[in-house]
Design a protein around this ligand. Structure first.
Ligand SMILES: Cc1ncc(COP(=O)(O)O)c(C=O)c1O
Length: 451
């Protein structure tokens, strides 16, 4: 890793950014984006030469780490061969990416519709479900994020939905399981599972199950809290969908491609949805790519009848070539196994040990390289360290945590009253120890906010 500081170049990058780049999700005058000079593996660095350990995998997408040489080479080779070609043609990189993905998706999800990212994947999954069933309504959970396009943001439960709502989406929200903050007053996981399923049944009864096209869930809820479904929940939702002829969609945009220590999170529970959406880890975001894996039954709906959806860049050759190289490298280098091993032997035990030392840790939960640490003011009452959707002074303890991590060379992922430990699936034991040691130090500050 060669880092050559160049502050003057950094200032130019920053100045042009501030003059002309309009950033996602932000009040444009209130942000201060870091100018990034380069990245490799689990690290990136700025133009001053300061290096950061990336415990966020950017937006939880660089599962294979930064600049994996095999993926970079595959993009270069594909660029030299065929940069772009319309979706209507059969192209080697596209065919091979679809084959490799279909080989890994659960059950008979053997047809792949490619998109440019996760939101479009969910958008098209809903389109398929509505056309397949002839019904309009879709159910999703309050604790969720499904993307920022029209339907995907309406499906989303988190506050990013609020300013985007049209009120005519045909989407209904319900509560999924969350044992630590149970909506059902459950005292254990089995109760949480049973009551969450009963709540879903009741919601359906009042919505009219015959009007519902699909239920969509993140297999493991990502940004909204890394919520792992209790044993039996996903199988229960599968059974409810089957009984009412409802399409079951699993959103594996964040949880898929090794993040949980399996190729797909659904593999932990042996559940097969009718549609599975993916993006992010499929090629670590080296070139934008997402998609929908489609069951035989839903694919058959569109055997004689045209599917009324498409994108100029569906199955883009550069994106598909990078997916082929990513999936092959993950298989050859045991990257999914590494994620599982690191989670079981290091991140989980170390975070639990930290919870013994730090009164501000309320709960630790996760799988693979997909962990949440929920921070509280008080362990007994479980009062969150910061209120839901806090801004400004109310969010100060979390803002301080993030700033202190960055000062010490760790790039964290924070959301509400949580930080997530989501390094690349390629992360080494030494890197995990380095990052957790920094968090251990910084949590002494957070502890000062406990009562
Ligand atoms: C679970 C989930 N679904 C969908 C999306 C949207 O993906 P994209 O930003 O690629 O549109 C995200 C993005 O974070 C996600 O985490």
């Amino acid at each position: 890793m060669t880092i050559s500081p160049d502050p003057v170049a950094g200032q130019a990058v920053k100045a042009a950014d501030r003059a002309h780049v309009f950033h996602s999700w932000s009040a444009q005058s209130l942000i201060d984006p870091l100018a990034v000079a380069g990245a490799e593996g689990s690290y990136f660095w700025d133009y001053e030469g300061k290096r950061y350990l990336d415990f966020s995998s950017q937006l939880v997408n660089t599962n294979i780490g930064h600049q994996h040489p095999k993926v970079v080479a595959a993009i270069q080779e594909q660029a030299a061969k065929l940069c772009t070609f319309a979706p209507a043609f059969a192209i080697e990189a596209r065919s091979e990416a679809a084959r490799l993905i279909a080989e890994r998706t659960p059950g008979d999800l053997d047809k792949i519709f490619f998109t440019n990212g996760g939101a479009e994947a969910n958008e098209n999954a809903i389109r398929m479900a509505r056309l397949h069933t002839g019904r309009q309504k879709v159910l999703s959970t309050y604790r969720s994020y499904h993307g920022a396009t029209a339907n995907a943001i309406a499906l989303t439960g988190d506050p990013r939905r609020w300013p985007n709502e049209t009120g005519v989406s045909g989407i209904v929200h319900f509560w999924g399981p969350y044992p630590y903050r149970s909506n059902f007053h459950a005292e254990n996981e089995a109760q949480e599972c049973e009551r969450a399923l009963a709540h879903l049944e009741a919601t359906l009864a009042f919505e009219g199950p015959q009007t519902v096209a699909a239920i969509i869930l993140e297999t493991v809820v990502g940004t909204a809290g890394i919520l792992i479904p209790p044993a039996g929940y996903l199988a229960g939702v599968r059974e409810i969908c089957d009984r009412h002829g409802i399409v079951f969609i699993l959103d594996e945009v964040m949880a898929g491609f090794g993040r949980t220590g399996e190729w797909f999170a659904a593999d932990h529970w042996g559940v097969t949805p009718d549609l599975l959406t993916f993006a992010k880890g499929v090629n670590s975001g080296y070139v934008p790519l997402g998609g929908v894996a489609i069951s035989g039954e839903i694919a058959a709906t569109f055997a004689e009848r045209p599917f009324p959806g498409g994108l100029t860049y569906s199955g883009h050759p550069l994106a598909c070539a990078s997916a082929v190289a990513t999936i092959n490298a993950m298989a050859e280098e045991g990257i999914v196994e590494n994620a599982k091993h690191i989670g079981e032997t290091l991140i989980g035990p170390e975070l639990r040990a930290m919870a013994e030392r730090h009164p501000s840790i309320g709960e630790v939960r996760g799988l693979g390289v997909f962990w949440a640490v929920e921070l509280v003011r008080n362990r007994e009452t479980r009062e969150p360290l910061t209120p839901y959707n806090a801004v400004g002074a109310a969010n100060a303890p979390m803002a301080e945590l993030a700033a202190e991590c960055k000062k010490r060379g760790l790039w964290p992922f924070t959301n509400m009253n949580r930080f997530h430990v989501v390094p690349p699936c390629t992360v080494s034991e030494a890197e995990v120890k380095e990052g957790l040691a920094i968090l251990d130090e910084v949590l002494t500050l957070t502890d000062q906010h406990t009562v």
